[in-house]
Write a protein that binds this ligand. Structure first.
Ligand SMILES: [Zn+2]
Length: 140
């Protein structure tokens, strides 16, 4: 069963919101993607966390506050490893929910730097921005 953000304990939830924002905010690096790109990732990997959000843009006159007069964006967010995620945004036409729009987001737009090849077909990388490590074993 996928965990829900609202079920996280206090400390875990505070850490989560520091990285990804809270219920009324858009997560960082929010970008539209094509439906086939959404499905390709969604069917390949399993989300580790999910969240329902009602998001508002920041105010023009005060970016530290939300503009609750702007149109609300209702979304279901799916979190994967590497602090990245996918989202489906609700689209309502004539009071009916129709095909959603698809988005991606990420705590960091990783830029991977090759750090080594400890053995054949095994390569290590590190993000130059957030220092997250990654390894790819291409021998599979
Ligand atoms: Zn990064």
């Amino acid at each position: 069963m996928i965990r829900e953000v609202h079920d996280l304990k206090n400390k875990e939830r505070a850490d989560h919101e520091l990285k990804f924002g809270s219920f009324n905010s858009f997560p960082p690096n929010w970008k539209p993607i094509q439906e086939d790109d959404f499905w390709s990732t969604f069917m390949t990997y399993s989300p580790i966390l999910q969240e329902y959000r009602q998001m508002y843009p920041v105010r023009n006159d005060d970016p530290s506050r939300r503009d609750h007069n702007a149109r609300m964006t209702v979304a279901k967010l799916f979190y994967f490893g590497r602090d990245e995620g996918l989202a489906m945004v609700e689209v309502v036409v004539n009071a009916r929910k129709v095909r959603p729009q698809f988005f991606q987001f990420a705590a960091c737009e990783h830029e991977w730097r090759h750090t080594g090849t400890p053995y054949n077909c095994y390569n290590t990388y590190e993000c130059t921005k957030c220092k997250m490590p990654m390894a790819i074993d291409s021998s599979d």
